[in-house]
Design a protein around this ligand. Structure first.
Ligand code: ATP
Ligand code: ATP
Ligand code: MG
Ligand code: MG
Ligand code: MG
Ligand code: MG
Ligand code: MG
Length: 279
């Protein structure tokens, strides 16, 4: 196949390698899930089955791609974080994004019937996802990115919980509820929930309030050596790593259990207790 007269077309391909030694975040988002969630009658505001399905697909993505450090999901979106030392596909943007999107979608569809046993998928309402990669230069900004998504989760969930309670329990029309919520701050929504419906927002389920964090639970096996190994993967020392060290870390990452948690990732505690995630 080499050296045919057609081969020059290859030179039209544009390079899309992402900057070295930066955190790569691939965020995927369900296409038209507003419509899709109506069609399959997702419970409003939060369908637990749909969230569990998102998380189950994300766990499979983490298992298939050991270069991933952590994932964070809310609603129909998921962010996946590659370590600065990641060399998968020579860090080519298109390759990374499409692999995450298609791997996630494949598992989402494969597992659909497990979570929605009596609601089979039906064209044209087939789930698909878009995706993009963004690079962040240091772990402080990466953490700000994660915080941004979790704050978004909180704001949307408080709004949606209040809106749907006014509609479902208060018998209000969608338009009236929307109108009344216009210009309100968090305190107002908390008060509507509590005074009118006796609902304390703090008692809502953590998965709805905090979203879902997916990461490798290393401490279950060899706590100390792992932390040292992961330190060695830090961008500054990356070049010093031997091939065998890299292989060892990869193997440990592959073996580690992937867990789903619904916790605060804005404060330091989550990260300080798990220094291997973004060291
Ligand atoms: P786009 O293609 O631009 O992303 P979209 O319809 O997917 O459009 P989003 O902003 O991504 O819009 O919002 C996703 C919508 O999917 C939510 O607003 C909500 O209606 C619905 N949705 C997603 N997950 C759930 C869930 N677990 N329970 C109930 N509804 C959900
Ligand atoms: P990469 O992940 O780098 O793409 P790959 O194993 O997919 O690795 P490709 O260069 O994409 O490698 O080649 C795809 C391979 O899949 C072919 O070489 C062939 O072995 C196999 N294959 C694909 N389609 C068919 C088919 N219809 N019949 C038989 N084999 C196929
Ligand atoms: Mg979108
Ligand atoms: Mg969407
Ligand atoms: Mg979305
Ligand atoms: Mg091929
Ligand atoms: Mg191939």
């Amino acid at each position: 196949m080499a050296n045919s007269r057609f081969e020059y077309v290859k030179s039209f391909e544009q390079p899309d390698v992402l900057l070295p030694n930066t955190w790569i975040v691939v965020r995927i988002d369900g296409r038209g899930f507003h419509k899709l969630s109506d069609h399959y009658a997702f419970v409003k505001p939060n369908d637990r089955r749909a969230l569990d399905l998102m998380n189950a697909a994300a766990v499979e993505v983490m298992k298939e791609l050991p270069d991933l450090c952590i994932g964070y999901g809310v609603s129909d979106e998921f962010s996946f974080v590659f370590h600065p030392s990641c060399q998968l596909f020579e860090r080519r943007n298109g390759k990374l994004v499409t692999t995450i999107v298609s791997t996630f979608t494949a598992h989402y569809i494969f597992k659909w019937s497990e979570f929605f046993p009596s609601t089979p998928l039906q064209p044209p309402y087939l789930p698909s996802f878009d995706g993009r990669a963004v690079i962040y230069p240091n772990s402080r900004i990466l953490r700000d990115y994660m915080s941004w998504r979790q704050v978004d989760c909180h704001i949307n969930n408080l709004y949606n919980t209040t809106f749907w309670t006014m509609v479902q329990q208060g018998g209000m029309s969608n338009t009236d509820a929307e109108q009344e919520l216009k210009g309100t701050v968090s305190g107002d929504k908390n008060e509507i929930l509590f005074k009118r419906f006796g609902i304390n927002y703090n008692n809502e389920e953590e998965i709805y309030k905090k979203g879902s964090v997916v990461y490798r639970k290393f401490e279950l096996e060899e706590p100390t050596p792992i932390q040292t190994s992961v330190d060695e993967v830090s961008p500054l020392t990356e070049q010093k790593q031997s091939r065998s060290q890299q292989d060892k870390i990869k193997k440990l990452r592959r073996k580690a259990q992937v867990v789903v948690d619904h916790v605060d990732i804005i404060k330091d505690e989550f990260w300080e207790r798990r220094p291997w995630i973004i060291s």
